[in-house]
Design a protein around this ligand. Structure first.
Ligand SMILES: Nc1nc2c(ncn2[C@@H]2O[C@H](COP(=O)(O)OP(=O)(O)OP(=O)(O)O)[C@@H](O)[C@H]2O)c(=O)[nH]1
Ligand SMILES: [Mg+2]
Length: 478
């Protein structure tokens, strides 16, 4: 399914304009294709920045199979095009990384041009004329994995690092890219390999009367492995929190100041604020860093009975967001008497984890809360009470300030380490002398299962559909 023999090309920098934009080529013909695009004479010196010009039409063109036509972002090509135009379109810095010491493990050429989408798309189209194929999402990183440059955990860490919103998230992903988790899993795997080898010898040569694996040492060795998987898992909740973060929905009646509070917590004027009730119609989301945790804040449409079909849909979305959030900020307007709509929302959200925020505290209060629950007085416009609200949110979500980096963050890894842990616990029970000491074959089966699961984490034993799923999360060019 995955081909690593052809040469792929893509824009590696984000969409849009920038000072620099990079087009990356990887594959057997990367160097050859790049040379057709640039005016530089002769071979590119490895790992050396070469300043040159790039042409829109390659000097010698690659002939796709007859009748094939293709379109790259507006540059349509057929193999019947007459290619005489060799005009230069930009100055670039070309860098050649010969295999295997490159990002993908293939020959790689990176062309750094000016960050104009038109120029970059033109270079990609020209590279395709020159024999390259447009890369699939994540295909550069997939090649690095298939070429053994990185394992699956590290490939996933690349995606996490690029997606990181909080510094802690970025550091945890970088650790994994550097191989911290690879080493932790590798150590458990190596110890398992050793145990399995000894047990297999013992099972294969029972007539020797000699147990290659002494029962007491065996139990001790399994205990050490169990302790290690348990310590990885003990950090898992925190790890998931760092990687995936939490979601908070801001709900309440129209005009109580939900969008104003949302903007104040985000620190930017993201959502529209007006004094017209029913301003917000759709969900507005923004990611913020709360004590190192990635928190997705969702501003919602004011909850009220309405005939406006757009608003009805907005209210429906607000209720759905409320249902899937980890915490609800229920906003009330303290400067206006509470009415039935407010009371309804208070009773409808009872089952959720929530904080009641009484907003507009800069104005004279029109009510004191007549229910037990504590309310947080804030003013979204002046900022009074916001720091205390942030602290209360962190408490409600059980976020301790996160400082040290969790070893394991990805739910796929966590689920597999849990399975390895369970298999080890079963092996331990089978090996235990007081457990009636079942035959070594049982222990062996459980240890082999633990090992198979660990190999799924590193990707040594990863089915293609899993790989396709993981790499489809990436953008083109990664
Ligand atoms: N004095 C005062 N006015 C506020 C405060 N927060 C919001 N407002 C005002 O209240 C009005 C409504 O604010 P929004 O943030 O749009 O309210 P909302 O709850 O998002 O309203 P909908 O989107 O219609 O549901 C605006 O005129 C705000 O300026 C506050 O803390 N103090
Ligand atoms: Mg609003």
């Amino acid at each position: 399914m995955f081909s690593i023999t052809d040469t792929i090309v893509a824009i590696a920098t984000p969409p849009g304009r920038g000072g620099i934009g990079v087009v990356r080529l990887s594959g057997r013909d990367a160097h050859e294709v790049a040379r057709r695009l640039i005016t530089h004479e002769g071979a590119l010196e490895p790992r050396h920045a070469t300043f040159t010009l790039v042409r829109l039409k390659p000097a010698t063109t690659y002939e796709p199979p007859s009748g094939v036509s293709y379109v790259v972002a507006g540059f349509s090509r057929t193999n019947t095009d007459v290619r005489t135009d060799t005009e230069a379109i930009d100055q670039v810095v070309a860098t050649y990384f010969p295999a295997p010491a490159s990002y993908t493990g293939d020959d790689v050429v990176e062309l750094s041009a000016h960050g104009s989408p038109v120029v970059l798309r033109g270079i990609v189209a020209a590279a395709m004329d020159g024999g390259a194929r447009l890369a699939e999402p994540g295909e550069f990183t997939l090649r690095a994995f298939l070429n053994g440059r990185i394992d699956l955990m590290q490939a996933e860490a690349v995606a996490d690092l690029i997606d990181a919103v909080t510094p802690l998230q970025a550091r945890a992903a970088f650790d994994q890219l550097q191989g911290t988790l690879t080493r932790a899993i590798g150590e458990i795997d190596a110890a398992l390999f050793d145990l399995i080898a000894r047990l297999e010898a013992s099972v294969d040569f029972p007539e020797e009367g000699y147990h290659f694996a002494d029962p007491c040492t065996l139990v001790g060795s399994i205990d050490l492995l169990i302790a290690r998987t348990a310590s990885l898992l003990s950090d898992a909740r925190r790890g998931r929190l760092v990687r995936e973060g939490l979601q908070i929905a801001i709900v309440g009646k129209p005009n109580v100041g939900k969008s104003s509070l949302f903007n104040a917590l985000v620190g930017a004027s993201r959502a529209i604020v007006t004094d017209v009730p029913g301003t917000t119609r759709d969900l507005v989301t923004e990611v913020v860093d709360l004590d190192g945790v990635r928190v997705t804040l969702v501003d919602t449409a004011g909850l009220r009975a309405t005939r406006d079909i757009i608003e009805v849909e907005g209210v429906e979305r607000a209720r759905r967001a409320q249902g899937v959030s980890d915490l609800i900020l229920l906003v009330l307007d303290r400067s206006q008497p509470l009415d039935d709509v407010d009371r309804d929302i208070v009773s409808q959200t009872l089952e959720y984890k929530r904080l009641i925020v009484s907003n507009k505290a800069d104005r004279p209060p029109a009510w004191e809360s007549d229910w037990e629950e504590r309310t947080e007085a804030v003013s979204a416009t002046t900022g009074v009470g916001l720091a205390a609200l942030r602290r209360r949110i962190a408490e409600a979500l059980d976020i301790e300030p996160l400082t040290d980096r969790p070893e394991i963050t990805n739910v796929r890894h966590i689920a597999l380490v849990e399975r390895a842990h369970e298999a080890l616990v079963r092996a331990r029970a089978a090996a235990s002398p007081d457990g009636g000491r079942l035959s070594e074959e049982f222990v062996l089966a459980d240890l082999q299962q633990a090992r198979a699961v660990l190999e799924e984490i590193s990707g040594r034993r990863a089915p293609e559909d899993l790989l396709a799923h993981i790499f489809s999360r990436f953008c083109i060019g990664k």
